[in-house]
Design a binder for this molecule. Sequence first.
Ligand SMILES: [Fe+2]
Ligand SMILES: [Fe+2]
Length: 204
Amino acid sequence: MKQNHHELIVDVIKKIFPYYEKNEPGHRLDHALNTLKYGLKLAVFTKLDQQYINDVIIATLLHDIYARVEYHEIHHAMAYKEIMIGGHMYDWFMDTCDKYNSHPSIIQDAVYEHRATYDGKYSNNVAKITAAADRGKPCVKSICERFLTIFPNKKQSELIKIIQKRYGINGYARYPQIYKDYFGEALDMFQVVISNTQLLKKIF
Ligand SMILES: [Fe+2]
Ligand SMILES: [Fe+2]
């Protein structure tokens, strides 16, 4: 990784840290860093033009700044608003994009389109990468642990229903094509296991 990438990552983390601290437990800074990690892997995998790498870094780190319990359903729009004109982060965002030769509108769209429920067309390749990176690794154990953290008070049977509805075969979670290309059969296996209630109970 280039020195300039390190500096950018540190600059952005300093800015976003107070936001992520207020988030629901499954969407803290470790989730943003995990999304960044897969974003960079997917950028290499898809041979993304180098001029857009900083966009991936900024978009993956910013995408969940408002993933708080009270904003869960609108957190993508809240984050988008924050980096648009009039948003609290707008000046810093524009200065950072300027300093690191990145593209504000590409990042803004990627942040808005990141959710698994987004069913429109992705505006650009950075948006595809950000959405794919946000899904994380197709690992059943990690998903179970993540949902236990997000919903500590729900019964196991309720969590299983939520996970199956979202990640099972025919679940509503959307995977950009690059995610399917990158994870291949691992994604198919993941969906098969998630859809099998007996197996899922054993893994929990
Ligand atoms: Fe999100
Ligand atoms: Fe996320």
